[in-house]
Design a binder for this molecule. Sequence first.
Ligand code: RIB
Ligand code: CA
Length: 307
Amino acid sequence: MAIPIILDCDPGTDDAVALLLALASPEVSVLAVTVAGGNVGLDLTLANALALTALAGSRVPVFAGADRPLLGVFTSEPRVHGTDGMGGVVLPKGGAAAPGVAADAIRGILRDAAQPVTLVGIGPATNLALALMTEPAVAANVAQIVLMSGAWGEGNITPAAEFNAWSDPEALAVLVACRRPLVFATLDLTAQALVTPNRIAAWRALGNGRCLRAACDIQANVPPSIRLGLAGSPLHDPCAVAWLIRPALFTSRPGAVQIDLGPGPGRGRTLIDRWGVTKTPPHATILETLDADGFFDLLGHRVALLP
Ligand code: RIB
Ligand code: CA
């Protein structure tokens, strides 16, 4: 049985591969794509999500969501994703967004779900939080929440915080507080998923479909990470989707997660206790290691299945 998911994203060069992976994989059934501002503004992340679903030949509904965090001001990250969010790769324009807004769509899907739905968050968590805050009862129909978010080590947008968590820490805290099973793919995990020219070349050898070509062209334009010694660019968001598709690629351990909501330099930090030192119940699953070759092989073969 395919796992029903809602994919909340901010495309985003890595979101693009995560979305294509989800659309190509029979292990998951994408009920809806919801979009927030994040890597770039909502106008662009929405257009990118629509272009990507059209490129994949998918009719999955795409809903516009929050263009800013619950508190504070919106801040994008064009240095990694380019000013268009797609690394400068121009995709054919997609169709129209589904009517309504993301939080309402998420609530409606959860409210009417015949079986529990997995929420996959690979951008700022604003849409997911708004849905659960405005109709708490629908959390009963959330099977689990799988997030690319946070870090137990250093951050990437500040020394303390990872971009998604930092972008809307209050929204992330809402998800932690809703007490549904949580899975974190943090920067410490995604640092093991480095895109390199060799890995892109291996993908290109798998086919000539427009989606595979786009994934390769987009990833080829992402700069290697200075934080990771220029060894490659971490492919963050597909880790969250791949865990649902092939969990054997990962190892994990239970952990307790707290969010720094203060105004200081630590704002947005995820305080992840993997060793039980805080005596906080280890309510989350923290992904720790990745079979990187198996991961890239899975991604390439799956995206090669698309048009
Ligand atoms: O820190 C990495 C995360 O922030 C990824 O989801 C990337 O797309 C950006 O949104
Ligand atoms: Ca993202």
